[in-house]
Design a protein around this ligand. Structure first.
Ligand SMILES: Nc1nc2c(c(=O)[nH]1)N[C@H]1C(S)=C(S)[C@@H](COP(=O)(O)OP(=O)(O)OC[C@H]3O[C@@H](n4cnc5c(N)ncnc54)[C@H](O)[C@@H]3O)O[C@H]1N2
Ligand code: MOO
Length: 325
């Protein structure tokens, strides 16, 4: 083991090799030891083997000159393993990204607040955003909470925007008199907001923008919408910023829907579901609840997309489930 095998093997002969050992000259395949027996000094087997069986050839894993990874590839554990195999111990990578996050709303208070005054809401969206960016290996700068005051909002947003590669704002995305998010984003730079409102449920008032080359995402305030939108759009934005060039395939499985779900054509619906295995198949049970209810996501394992062309899904239909667990 660990050195070249030199003793040759002749016709009708065999020689012991350990797993991973080099083949001796003259041999072309390996018979497993458990299929060999010795009878009167001869090797006996009932197993047929073909040339090349149980052998890894030189260049079989990667050939000289073959391109294995191109620019923009993500270094998953398997890519790191392949680099190790090739003796590449240093590669040029993009630096770790920094995102900045700001919550808005007069009623929002730090999540650590023990006792709430009437009308106050703990900052849920910060924790869900933080949890997701942690999963994506991105640093998060927390900008706290801004009151619904244009000057304060714009100032805090600018300070954060300058420190990060991407700015995430929560709340103030709809059309109330105190919803300043679009105006604040426009103040950050050109080209500014290019999407305000998507035909999607939940998450209709989502804002997508770019200010002087930096993406800005305006999440709807309702916590379940905010998390679903950030999972759907944020992940793609960050993968792009990380330099990934390969289209991301979200983790999903196919499951059968437990009951009929109606949906309006012209709008994509994202239905929170709980998964259950029955007779070897996955079944998806819808978790019904308003987009302000964070526990609907706690109870679910994934999200089913009903594309805008469909008028709903029927009981028993196979649907793709984007996993959130
Ligand atoms: N006139 C209209 N009103 C609303 C519309 C609309 O199209 N026209 N869309 C509704 C939809 S859908 C959503 S979603 C919300 C989005 O609201 P905003 O993004 O403007 O957010 P807020 O009004 O600030 O808050 C909504 C709701 O969520 C709570 N919230 C906000 N931030 C947080 C946070 N960080 N943690 C926990 N909870 C949060 C907030 O207290 C409100 O209850 O607009 C609808 N209205
Ligand atoms: O679309 Mo809103 O996000 O339903 O609550």
């Amino acid at each position: 083991m660990g050195e070249e095998a030199v003793k040759p093997v002749g016709r009708g002969e065999a020689i012991y090799v350990p797993t991973g050992g080099m083949l001796p000259p003259g041999s072309d395949s390996v018979l497993m030891i458990e299929h060999c027996e010795e009878i009167g000094g001869l090797l006996n087997t009932y197993k047929q083997i073909a040339p090349g069986e149980n052998v890894i050839r030189k260049g079989e894993d990667i050939k000289a000159g073959e391109v294995l990874l191109s620019e923009g590839a993500r270094l998953r554990p398997q890519e790191l393993g392949a680099l190790a195999a090739l003796g590449v111990s240093e590669v040029k990578v993009y630096r770790k990204l920094k995102a900045a996050y700001l919550s808005s709303g007069d009623e929002i208070v730090p999540f650590e607040t023990k006792t709430l005054e009437t009308g106050q809401i703990r900052d849920i969206n910060y924790l869900t955003v933080k949890g997701l960016v942690n999963e994506w290996d991105i640093e998060l700068i927390y900008g706290g909470i801004t009151r619904d005051d244009y000057q304060e909002f714009a100032q805090k947003a600018r300070d954060l925007y300058e420190q990060a590669d991407c700015l995430i704002l929560s709340g103030g995305s709809s059309v109330g008199t105190k919803d300043y998010t679009t105006e604040v984003i426009q103040s950050l730079g050109d080209p500014g907001v290019f999407v305000h409102g998507i035909s999607i449920k939940p998450g209709k008032p989502t804002i997508l923008a770019v200010a002087e080359g930096k993406p800005v995402i305006g999440l709807p305030g309702h916590p379940a919408s905010s998390m679903i939108i950030f999972k759907l759009f944020g992940e793609r934005v960050f993968r792009r910023l990380k330099g990934e060039r390969i289209e991301h395939k979200p983790e999903r499985i196919f499951a059968r829907i437990v009951k009929n779900i109606a949906s309006s054509p012209g709008r994509s619906d994202y239905i929170r579901v709980r998964l259950e295995e029955k007779d070897g198949e996955w079944w998806a049970e819808p978790i019904i609840g308003k987009s302000g209810l964070i526990t609907t996501l706690v109870k679910s394992d994934g999200i089913v997309e009903i594309v805008s062309e469909k008028e709903g899904i029927s009981q028993g239909e196979y649907v793709p489930v984007i996993l959130t667990r």
